[in-house]
Design a protein around this ligand. Structure first.
Ligand code: TMO
Length: 311
């Protein structure tokens, strides 16, 4: 009798630890549209496999603290151009792990709408900016303005190294960048702004990235590299940059299923651009955009669901 009760308890405890007590997988929702949508897509896929998920919405800057302390488990879009160095340094210290690499090739760079070229001859070569910075100046100012987002780019260091007459204005998130682009393009006002691909912009507004001296890792560290011997950062961002998924170092042990799903989550440029467009052009809210993305990419979603083994 007593034996039976004991057995009953241990069975209950065993089954609890496998399902009911299974830990929640926490995904980071950051501050630009494609990332937000794809976070919800991955969470929906995990939920469909009975993995409990929680989405934590924060700005980009504290993402590394969240991932390296286990306050969060997954960040689905780590971009080489703006996040590469920090990502690599945490990886080197084994504070985070690589979840996978998307198929997409990325670029993040200074961007302008096509009508700007007529006003600043020589673009996209960055040297053209030496002569026509004034067309990008706000009324009453002499420096041109470069608008950027909250993603850490040493734009001031680049401006210094290339001796450009520009100042940097930091906008709080992806939405504010989008508004600025719509606003300026509708009035055909000269605009120089941080943009990236894959994104919604390329299918909506013709434009180009500024071509700075080609990126190299030494350029970031070695002042001697490049045209300015005194300062580093006299180069542009990577052009065929990677896009990765970062995971917490504990994820593999805590949810093998989520870990596997992350490895299967390998998206193309058009997958990422679609995620951005559903919110930024079609104006869906983020959870609805994720649902719509899963409808439009149904074959892919089903394949991932079949391939991952979750009990
Ligand atoms: C991180 N981002 C794609 C907005 O440059």
């Amino acid at each position: 009798m007593i034996q039976n009760v004991r057995l009953g308890w241990s069975v209950a405890i065993l089954s609890f630890s496998c399902s009911t007590f299974a830990e929640t997988v926490k995904l980071l929702e950051l501050d630009w549209s494609s990332q937000r949508v794809l976070t919800h897509v991955l969470a929906d896929i995990l939920e469909s496999k009975n993995v409990k998920t929680e989405i934590i919405a924060i700005p980009s800057t504290p993402q590394w603290m969240y991932l390296s302390t286990g306050k969060a488990d997954i960040q689905v879009e780590v971009w080489e151009g703006s996040m590469g160095p920090q990502y690599q340094s945490l990886l080197d210290k084994a504070l985070i792990e690589e979840g996978g690499t998307h198929k997409a090739k990325t670029r993040e760079e200074w961007w302008y709408p096509d009508y700007v070229e007529a006003l600043c001859p020589g673009l996209p070569d960055w040297k053209a900016l030496e002569k026509c910075h004034a067309i990008f100046a706000e009324p009453g100012e002499q420096f041109g303005t470069f608008y950027t987002g909250p993603w850490e780019k040493p734009d001031n260091a680049r401006i210094r190294a290339l001796q450009l007459n520009f100042k940097v204005v930091v906008l709080p998130d992806g939405d504010s960048i989008n508004q600025k682009i719509h606003q300026y393009v509708s009035k055909k006002k000269p605009l120089l702004i941080f943009n990236w691909t894959p994104n919604w912009v390329e299918s909506t507004y013709p434009g180009s990235f500024v071509e700075f001296p080609p990126y190299s890792a030494e350029c970031e560290k070695d002042p001697k590299w490049g045209m300015n011997d005194k300062y580093p950062w006299d180069c542009g961002n990577p052009t065929g940059g990677w896009l990765k998924i970062a995971v917490s170092s504990g994820l593999k042990d805590r949810s093998h299923c989520a870990y596997k799903a992350v490895q299967k989550f390998q998206l193309t440029n058009s997958d990422v651009a679609l995620a951005a467009a559903l919110v930024d052009i079609n104006k869906l809210d983020v959870p609805s955009a994720a649902k719509e993305w899963m409808v439009q990419r149904n074959d892919y979603v089903r394949q991932v669901q079949q391939d991952i083994d979750c009990r």
